[in-house]
Design a protein around this ligand. Structure first.
Ligand code: NDP
Ligand code: 2IT
Length: 449
């Protein structure tokens, strides 16, 4: 039988590394969670005896598959598809699909692992999963994206279902891709199984506020966190990275609540607009047009575009990294601190490196980790599943109120868990502990499976 020792979590990490199952991003995500939960393990030997940690780091199932498709020139292309079904103790596997050339098993596993705790924090009965492909939709025609999605779903369809595993969007997977995926799933399954994917259009089973949910939810979390210190969003300048789904709707909510976002970025560079981001122009260029972010500065006299340098060198009191993992390192954190940042909320998954997070904590900057701050997306996905199951459609206003209240609950659960385990104000510890305890208790009750 296993027993608690001060190095217990580290020993499990080392064993997983020795088995070759802890690739770099995955290792980073697991290390952070295991560090946070050490005080919980010290008080709960039953988690150790039940092998919770060893079972948590091993996905229940990992699927890798060939995705062949034909490009517009008639050439056969082959990508790799993934679905990592990490943990279903709390409910059906749930998590997004990412289409990006950088996708590999480590990235799928880190995202799937994070999703377990994020989904637990929502309190909505969801397991954790992630999937995707190294396919790059940039520059591909609609026909190519459709054929790719159809081929991807030809295999994925065997593994999903409204009570089994429910995918949604992530980087490179938006409403266009979800549409093609749903169409192919319906054809293959011969069922109108509405709840098998979320992020659908509101005219065909989608939920109001799902498009906005991740960005809005991140800003709601930020608002709660600022409130604890008697601060407000009004009048504060915000530095936002990315210019996709999360960034656009974080900017929209920041503006609605009186803050002033002045930056956006993509993989080609960043834009600074001291007059404040023109949201209509941003949506036109990025949601409708799929253009590069430099086009924003070409259309807007108050904006400048830089293809070199760092967006984090722009001074501001708030920062919302909303592009991708490890986009904000320790030098970037130092630059933000020099620029007077008060609070950072991760719109993306793991955008801040561990050194950057340490720098924020040491400088007394409020820091909201992605698994808490960006949980609004999956939370509204769960609302979409509920509406699909009941054949209902809730109004935008009702859905937004529910999102607001779920984010407030996630904030208080994280805040209180941090206090309980002697790390007040540390939302990394708080979110990891609160999410872990919910999953661990379910695994404990359900036996060794
Ligand atoms: P989108 O595809 O809509 O947008 C992604 C944005 O990030 C684009 O501006 C993209 O630029 C930029 N980006 C992506 N990869 C890189 C990279 N390697 N280097 C620099 N820039 C990059 O994705 P989302 O907005 O949906 O996702 C953004 C982040 O939020 C991801 O970390 C995702 O996991 C996370 N997230 C998303 C949720 C959702 O509901 N969509 C929910 C919770 C978290 P370019 O076009 O040039 O690649
Ligand atoms: O990272 C995430 O939480 C998402 N991409 C959303 C997942 C979902 O199932 O809505």
């Amino acid at each position: 039988m296993q027993h608690f020792t001060p190095t217990f979590a580290r020993d499990i990490l080392d064993a997983a590394i020795a088995r070759g199952s802890l690739e770099s991003e995955f290792h980073q995500a697991v290390s952070e969670v295991f560090e946070s939960i050490a005080p919980v393990l010290a008080q709960h030997p039953e988690y150790i005896e039940a092998g919770i940690l060893e079972r948590l780091v091993e996905p229940e199932r990992q699927i890798m598959f060939r995705v062949p498709w034909v490009d517009d020139g008639g050439r056969v292309r082959v990508n790799r598809g993934f679905r990592v079904q990490f943990n279903s103790a709390l409910g059906p596997f749930k998590g997004g699909l990412r289409f990006h050339p950088s996708v590999n098993l480590s990235i799928m596993k880190f995202l799937g692992f994070e999703q377990i705790f994020k989904n637990a924090l929502t309190g909505q009965g969801l397991g954790g999963a992630k999937g995707g492909s190294d396919f790059d939709p940039h520059g591909r025609s609609n026909g190519e994206v459709m054929r790719f999605c159809q081929s991807f779903m030809a295999e994925l369809s065997r593994h999903i279902g409204d009570d089994t595993d429910v995918p949604a969007g992530d980087i490179g997977v938006g409403s266009r891709e979800i549409g093609y995926l749903v169409g192919q799933y319906r054809k293959i399954s011969n069922r109108h199984e509405a709840g098998a994917l979320t992020g659908k259009g509101t005219g065909w089973g989608g939920a109001h506020v799902r498009t906005e949910a991740t960005g809005y939810g991140t800003v709601y979390f930020l608002q709660e966190m600022l409130g604890v210190r008697g601060e407000r969003l009004e009048g504060k300048t915000a530095i936002v990275s990315g210019s996709g789904n999360v960034a656009i709707y974080a900017i929209e909510k920041l503006q609605q609540l009186g803050a002033k976002p002045i930056t956006v970025s993509d993989s080609s560079g960043f834009v600074v607009d001291e007059a404040g981001i023109d949201l209509e122009l941003l949506k036109e260029l990025k949601e409708a047009g799929r253009e590069r972010i430099s086009a924003y500065a070409e259309r807007r006299p108050s904006a400048t575009f830089s293809s070199s340098g760092r967006v984090w060198e722009v001074p501001g009191q708030l920062a919302i990294p909303s592009a991708t993992q490890n986009e904000l390192g320790s030098d970037d954190a130092s630059a933000l601190i020099r620029g007077g940042v008060l609070a950072v909320a991760e719109g993306a998954n793991m955008p801040c490196t561990p050194d950057a997070v340490d720098a924020f904590h040491s400088a007394g900057v409020m820091f909201a980790p992605g698994k808490a701050a960006n949980a609004g997306g999956v939370a509204v996905s769960a609302l979409e599943m509920a509406q699909n199951a009941a054949r209902e459609s809730w109004s935008f206003e009702e859905s937004e109120l529910r999102l607001r209240s779920i984010m407030a609950d996630i904030h208080s659960a994280s805040f209180e868990a941090a206090e309980q385990y002697g790390r007040p104000g540390n939302y990394v510890v708080g979110a990891n502990v609160a999410g872990f305890v919910r999953v661990a208790d379910a695994m404990l009750a359900q036996g060794i499976v």
